[in-house]
Write a protein of this length. Structure first.
Length: 325
């Protein structure tokens, strides 16, 4: 029995695309514990990298909106930080952002990994979801990491916890069943006008996207204990035309904030090699995003215990008041 037959036998479908000419629209949040693949899935669905990804938990810190538009209508995806036990004020901000998003949307997509073990974070999310009135779709991510016959036990385990309107197994990494998930989401959206122009991809300012791309590259290369304690601030970002080639160049000056003097030394590296690597990797991604040549200058500053400072959290782009708007 193949995967499709197994799912059909369980009464689980991937949904069907809208077949009429009416336009649907709505807000859809992606929730789940840290590092379950929310940002990777969102990027895959809209076909463009907006949210940063890494193999380290709690990569996403802000509520990020991206927009998917086709002939059926428009889905505004809300990617959120992973729901976890907060250890500082930044963590509290992140969890608060994720929890608030659950109650503000038309459809909730809960991402889980393909395992029958329901851990503490999942139990915490289940308690939150039991009071949600919006349709809830269970998205079992990372199905490329298991055998097909291992999916059904996972489905049965989660079905006992919540009455999901749909259960859709996907692989955000490979794209398997991602189109089916989009079809399913459209089933549960209402008919109505679109919220954004057809060519809108995200509501995130360019500066914020650039800052996050730099932070992503730092996450990939730095030691485990450092990434959670860094932030990136764009000091200046200007465009100019090259006198020689006449091409557009974007000059960016950015600062990587860390919490300890010892971390600053690691980020800079021997002879500045680590900072150069971060800058080189980030420059490549930023040039792809902006479609211009980029001149990137990076600095490193220490702001001790900034994750427990309301003022510094706000200054570094994590604004509770703004998120509530």
């Amino acid at each position: 029995m193949n995967l499709d037959e197994m799912l059909a036998a369980s009464g689980i479908t991937g949904g069907a695309a809208a077949t009429n000419n009416n336009v649907k629209s709505g807000f859809v949040t992606l929730i789940g514990r840290p590092n379950v693949g929310k940002s990777t899935l969102m990027n895959k669905m809209i076909g463009q990298k907006i949210a940063i990804t890494s193999n380290k938990p709690q990569t996403t810190r802000n509520r990020i909106q991206t927009v998917f538009t086709d002939e059926r209508g428009q889905i505004v995806f809300v990617d959120t930080p992973g729901i976890h036990k907060a250890k500082n004020k930044l963590g509290e901000y992140m969890v608060g952002t994720a929890v608030k998003a659950i109650g503000d949307v038309d459809v909730v997509c809960w991402l889980v990994e393909p395992t029958t073990f329901i851990g503490e974070n999942e139990q915490h999310i289940i308690k939150r979801l039991k009071s949600v009135k919006s349709p809830i779709i269970l998205v079992i991510n990372k199905i490329d990491t298991i055998q097909k016959e291992e999916i059904l036990p996972v489905i049965e385990k989660y079905r006992k916890e919540i009455d999901f309107v749909e259960i859709v197994p996907v692989s955000a990494k490979s794209g398997k069943n991602v189109d089916e998930l989009i079809d399913t989401i459209f089933k549960y959206l209402s008919y109505g006008p679109m919220f954004y122009d057809e060519d809108t991809i995200t509501d995130q300012p360019e500066r914020q996207i650039v800052a996050e791309l730099i932070r992503e590259k730092a996450l990939y290369v730095l030691n485990e204990e450092i990434p959670h304690g860094i932030a990136v601030v764009i000091d200046s970002m200007k465009t100019r035309k090259s006198k020689q080639s006449k091409k557009i160049i974007t000059d960016i000056e950015a600062t990587i904030i860390c919490e300890r003097d010892s971390h600053k030394g690691i980020i800079i590296g021997k002879g500045g090699q680590m900072l150069k690597r971060i800058g080189s990797d980030a420059r490549y991604e930023i040039e792809r995003h902006l479609d211009t040549k980029v001149n990137l200058q990076l600095w490193v500053k220490v702001k001790k215990e900034w994750r427990d400072s309301d003022l510094l959290i706000k200054n570094f782009g994590y604004d509770k008041k703004k998120d509530k708007e």
